[in-house]
Design a protein. Structure first.
Length: 139
């Protein structure tokens, strides 16, 4: 059986680390069941750290899991920034969220459609070839 590789947005990560988040139980279940590789971006890491800023212990738990490579953090490249600018214009009515658009850019680079997100915008965003994202996180 092939290993599932998916992109992960900030919402499920914040929900998992923040016990007071309304989606915490759903995030716990997801991480208990999911046995694949999760890729995220540096803008997503920044967003997670900001949302967890009320408790440095929780932030450090997240950072420890990043250090242990429970999640792969992909750096953005110059072509990614160009593509994100194009997406920012395309989705100007949403408005485009930098972290979200970085996930869309990574989907192009890694040819991935599976995404773990709480964000309904991923029902609107389209990946390479105008394909719909497949949401793996169930609320």
């Amino acid at each position: 059986m092939a290993l599932t590789v998916a992109l992960i947005d900030a919402g499920p990560l914040v929900a998992y680390y923040n016990k007071g988040d309304r989606w915490h139980s759903s995030a716990q279940r997801f991480f208990e069941i999911f046995k694949g590789k999760l890729i995220t971006s540096e803008p997503v890491v920044t967003e997670v750290m900001w949302h967890l800023s009320v408790d440095w212990h929780v932030q450090n738990a997240f950072l420890d899991d990043l250090q242990r490579e429970l999640f792969t953090v992909a750096s953005l490249t110059p072509p990614d920034f160009k593509y994100i600018a194009e997406l920012n214009e395309k989705y100007k009515d949403l408005p485009g969220d930098f972290a979200d658009l970085s996930i869309v850019a990574l989907s192009e680079r890694f040819h991935l459609l599976d995404v773990v997100s709480l964000d309904a915008d991923f029902d609107i965003y389209r990946a390479y070839g105008k394909k719909k994202f497949v949401q793996l996180f169930q609320k």
